[in-house]
Design a protein around this ligand. Sequence first.
Ligand code: WTA
Length: 649
Amino acid sequence: MSNAIESVLHENRSFPPPEEFSANALISSEEQYLQMWTRAKDEPAAFWGDLAQSELDWFHPFDEAMQGEMPETKWFTGGKINASYQCLDRHLKTWRKNKAAIIWEGEDGAQRTFTYQELHREVCKFANVLKKLGVEAGDRITLYMPMVPELAIAMLACARIGATHSIIFGGFSADAISDRNNDAQSKLVITADGGWRRGKEVPLKANVDASMEKSPSVEKVVVVRRTGADVSMAPDRDYWWHELMEGVDADCPAAQLDSEHPLFILYTSGSTGKPKGVLHTTAGYMLGVTMTTRWVFDLKDEDTYWCTADIGWITGHSYIVYGPLSNGATTLMYEGAPNWPDEGRFWNIVEKYAVNIFYTAPTAIRAFIKWGDEWPAKYDLSSLRLLGTVGEPINPEAWMWYHRTIGGERCPIVDTWWQTETGGIMISPLPGVTATKPGSCTRPLPGVVPAIVTEEGEELEANQGGLLVMTQPWPHMLRTLYGDHDRFLETYFSKIPGCYFAGDGARRDKDGYYWVMGRVDDVLNVSGHRLSTMEVESALVSHDAIAEAAVVGFPHELKGEGICCFVIPKGDIPPDEMKEEVKQHVRQQIGAIATPDQIRFTNALPKTRSGKIMRRLLRDIAAGKESAGDTTTLEDYTVLAKLREQDEG
Ligand code: WTA
């Protein structure tokens, strides 16, 4: 890569916050934002220390707000705290005791609501169940569950006793479960018989069963009954949730944990090797998600707040469970697909619960656009006052559609840039302050000090594309990659010394607005979900008939990025029917989200003389473009021509 990345997007539209919105917003003026941002930059320990004192509930006060240099910064050392207490107990002493904490709707239309008091009771009971099963503070627990209230209950119950949860998205396969179980050395798995997705049952328990042979650390499995499916229950290993909960004591004081006690591990894809176990700790993470939820969503007590993410991803951790509950909000949780039983389901939910704040992903917005305006038009969306997006860059046309068709040109849109590693939102509009520009995540939140630099670490001027880095630590930053601190240092802190780098390219315009251009490493962003090309390649070569494979992303209308696989078979080029088999093989190995869009069989891949696959060229071919880049290091020129002749499919 040359020093600057070419940026092609030019967008001049700007949308100032509606006056009425600003008048009532928690952060309502440019001066207020600048004052906060500047103080956080110049005196981070004082800025975050004050907030930690006023916004978090401590069993024992901390000695020092911030200790040590990035990447080894520790936050709020000496303090004793509990995330479950922060989300539940402290609200019970207020009028919020009987406020709805979670409103849940199943895909089948079932509804359940938990007040803070009720949620607290369930969490305490399940925490006692975990203790009875032998779980202790510091143990790792795997959660592989559908989007049911028991998932949030299990998370908070782990947090309550100091067990570290590791949630695996329900779309992953048995191998993905055992890999993660082994990496984390999980002691217990919590799952369900199944989950509902587009009217079909997802066989969660069967997947767990298939993973158990290769998960020696797991001693017990707890199973929530959701679909009523016939599942096998291994004696002395598998237990039904509802049976364990019978007659259990509802008194379970929250464990008093160190600020840096590990709260959760969440596996995410990197550009090389196996998935990375991103580790977040307690106090810093809780402060980060508490403040960013309030600042970015301008959260008020009266709001019904809905984040459509799955809790299996970081967005669900931070902005369905920990951030909203810490703020005493009402958080809505929906189990199923947006197009079941029809394409109006989300808008039906917005109308039914009078949702005020709606947070979704660009891939979903592109699907809504495709399904047609008649679906949102059928419902009353006038309760909405704020919209958000996350997961990938949003194209300006999708932004404009969201603004007009869902927001009625009245709701500010917060385009929030952040990552599993950052724990919470980093760059985003403040809805009462920031004039938005379609496609830009705008400006850094207080405490976030980004820069755009070259590969050599030199800062770039306005409008020059480069690498997005963070120059200062923040409380909700990941602390390590579980069990591999060297990989943590190497991945995030070696590329640009002294800075955090997590793989995105971006530019900053003359107004100081950030425009994220996407990943600069071998990470795919498929429907807002991170997958590494390397994981898909490993899945491909595990097929008997495949010798070698190279995987690249290509622009995809709905998913943002599609998966294109260049595959070298062991023998002759197989017939086209084989493509489907290869797709299914990858799906089985990793999960449905990793299903390839294109398989292209080939006898050779473009390689440099030193044998490195030239992915840049493959990306051009997958996108149907002529290669513009330099091909002088290519070993065999004829390979490119041959690859172009191959059909996609
Ligand atoms: C991308 C999701 C542009 C980015 C919270 C990042 C975005 C990766 C945005 C992290 C956004 C997320 N605009 N790109 N608003 N939000 N991304 O870890 O490439 O699943 O590095 O966290 O998603 O994905 P992750």
